[in-house]
Write a protein that binds this ligand. Structure first.
Ligand code: G
Ligand code: G
Ligand code: MN
Ligand code: NA
Length: 250
């Protein structure tokens, strides 16, 4: 059997789960929220990495249904967290196509009663390439609901700067490739610095992904990055393992 057939079975059979990775504020050192990351535990293959199954789900169109489940599941979970925590949800191009995403978000918000201002949708530059006029209109409508829009994997797609001009993103997620060698590579440092400056001027929040050591953290802190995410703090954890108790006691 192929992975696509297995994925249909998996989806119907509850083999998918969401894990959550904390997003840390650098000003107060508090957790600002969590990014929901999809996980698939296959009964025979074990854990199948999202890098493997998400492209297949996208090609087959199954990602539309899976994405709808992800939204509902993430919002239902986040509704149990302290009221100041946000949840970030990754969305795929296929959800944006045909306006499906708007319907899915409206539905998930109303089912869960979740505050739209606590929801961040993560989209990538590549998603905006297909039919950017229609995509941008849809993003504006989502934003009008109060939902925040983050530009994920920033710096790895095409014409990044053009998208920054075309759409007022709420947040820029600096891709981990720029963070990885931040301490050893002057070019990465210069790029991160320039992106942070640009984001500040455009009134966009910033988060750096893939922070794995204290040296990277120090560089990001001194350059004024607002939030960080990475294995230095935590991997993505099952909902039942989140440090929510500790957060609410702060
Ligand atoms: O969790 P991990 O770093 O392995 O995720 C790998 C890739 O899968 C990332 O690009 C991430 O954005 C994507 N991904 C994870 N969860 C979801 C999801 O729920 N929906 C979509 N569309 N992509 C996801
Ligand atoms: O593309 P996106 O940014 O949504 O993907 C996030 C991915 O990055 C997830 O698969 C997550 O597991 C992974 N990730 C998160 N923190 C780190 C980190 O510190 N190092 C590495 N190598 N990967 C990370
Ligand atoms: Mn992401
Ligand atoms: Na990313």
């Amino acid at each position: 059997r192929d992975l696509e057939a297995d994925m249909r079975v998996a989806f119907a059979g509850g083999q998918f789960a969401l894990h959550y990775q904390p997003l840390h504020r650098l000003d107060t050192d508090a957790i600002a929220g969590f990014e929901a990351l999809l996980r698939w535990h296959h009964p025979e293959r074990g854990n199948v990495p999202p890098d493997v199954f998400i492209p297949i789900a996208e090609q087959s169109g199954l990602i539309v249904q899976i994405g709808e489940w992800v939204l509902r599941e993430a919002l239902a979970e986040a509704a149990t967290w302290p009221k100041d925590l946000t949840v970030a949800v990754n969305v795929s191009a296929a959800q944006l196509r045909g306006g499906e995403l708007l319907r899915q978000v409206v539905s998930a918000l109303s089912t869960t009663g979740f505050d739209p201002r606590r929801l961040e949708l993560e989209i990538t530059e590549t998603m905006l390439m297909e039919d950017s006029e229609a995509q941008l209109r849809l993003l504006h409508r989502l934003r009008a609901l109060g939902v925040r829009i983050a530009l994920d994997d920033f710096g790895t797609g095409y014409s990044s700067l053009n998208y920054l001009r075309a759409f007022p993103f709420d947040k820029i997620k600096i891709d981990r490739c720029f963070v990885t060698d931040l301490a050893r590579n002057d070019e990465s440092g210069a790029i991160v610095e320039a992106v942070l400056e640009l984001a500040a001027k455009l009134n966009m929040q910033t988060i750096a992904e893939g922070v794995e050591d204290t040296e990277q953290l120090a560089r990001l802190r001194e350059r004024g990055c607002e939030q960080v995410q990475g294995y230095l703090f935590s991997r993505a954890l099952p909902a039942s393992d989140l440090p929510i108790e500790k957060i609410s006691r702060k």
